[in-house]
Ligand binder design. Structure first.
Ligand SMILES: [Mn+2]
Length: 311
């Protein structure tokens, strides 16, 4: 291993709309950029020692981004990839959730950009990058824990597996990809980080801030995260962490505030220390807040007695 990644900047749920709120998105990305540049210089990190991870839902409007949205996304990813390498997974808003056989929204952009520093991890499998093994629970494969099925001496994908007849299935040799990797890429030198976009068991209803779309994860046992050292999650817009044993599963919040029902003030991202797996929430001072107040009379406003209910 020649290079060691020391720091990850973890973000998710950008929800870039097709035809509205573009200034707001650009402001949020600018705040995010300034914040990570500050971290970079404070810690004196080189290009390859840090990484940006975007845990899904880059777009909001499924597979109908406008030309403007595509251009903004390309410029954003291009400028972030000048700071460090960028890893992306898919979210339920980055595709046509009513027809999963149609191509997702991110693939054309990544293909056209052809940037060697942008990595799009689309399948449920383990992707090794320097000292990190990213365990991807792909939305397109129902968030299945990454594993490999060997059929006729070939490694096949889970959706191909679903098309096999019961008789053929019996011939499959199931092997656990994370466990396999741990023989070759040993802990603790290598960190195993889960990348996942969906709700998980344990997020309380009062703290849930679901976006719309399809969600399979709510009933999924946290056991799927066995053997991982940390989870870089996306989908729930409220920042929260659920501990699964010693594994922190963290939702970073969204950079912008998509709806009034979500917190107006706690928007930001997570920085991860890859060595210790300590993480920290960084709040960004986003100016496009959508505030909801409770008043009992008009005088409350004059007397500064209005209460911000979506703090
Ligand atoms: Mn989502």
């Amino acid at each position: 291993m020649t290079n060691k990644i020391k720091r990850i900047y973890h973000t998710a749920d950008w929800h870039l709309y097709s035809n509205k709120r573009h200034e707001e998105f650009i402001e949020a990305i600018e705040l995010f950029t300034q914040s990570i540049l500050k971290e970079q210089s404070k810690l004196n990190l080189e290009y390859k020692e840090q990484l940006i991870v975007i845990s899904g839902d880059l777009f909001h409007d499924y597979n109908i981004p406008s030309n403007e949205a595509n251009l903004i996304m390309i410029n954003t990813l291009d400028s972030l990839a000048k700071i460090c390498r960028v890893v992306i997974i898919i979210g339920n808003h980055d595709l046509n959730h009513t027809n999963l056989s149609q191509l997702d929204t991110i693939t054309p952009i990544i293909t056209a950009m052809n940037n060697p520093n942008i990595f799009f991890y689309k399948e449920s499998k383990c992707y090794v990058m320097d000292n990190i093994v990213f365990c991807v629970y792909a939305f397109l494969e129902k968030n299945i824990r990454p594993y490999r099925i060997i059929y006729n001496n070939e490694s096949i994908r889970i959706h191909t597996y679903n098309n096999l007849s019961p008789k053929e299935m019996l011939k499959c040799n199931f092997s656990d990809d994370i466990k396999n990797h741990q023989q070759n890429y040993k802990k603790p030198e290598y960190k195993y980080l889960a990348l996942y976009h969906d709700p998980i068991v344990g997020i309380s209803e009062s703290s849930i801030n679901l976006d719309s779309g399809i969600h399979d994860g709510r009933d999924v046992s946290l056991k799927i995260f066995n053997d991982t050292d940390g989870g870089l999650l996306g989908d729930i817009h409220k920042h929260q962490c659920i501990m699964y044993g010693n594994t922190p599963l963290v939702y970073p919040s969204s950079l912008t505030q998509p709806t009034y029902s979500e917190s107006a003030t706690k928007r930001g991202y997570i920085s991860w220390d890859v060595n210790t797996l300590n993480w920290k929430f960084h709040k960004l001072d986003y100016t496009y807040m959508r505030c909801q107040f409770k008043v009992s009379s008009f005088e409350d406003i004059d007397n500064n007695k209005e209460i911000l209910t979506n703090r």
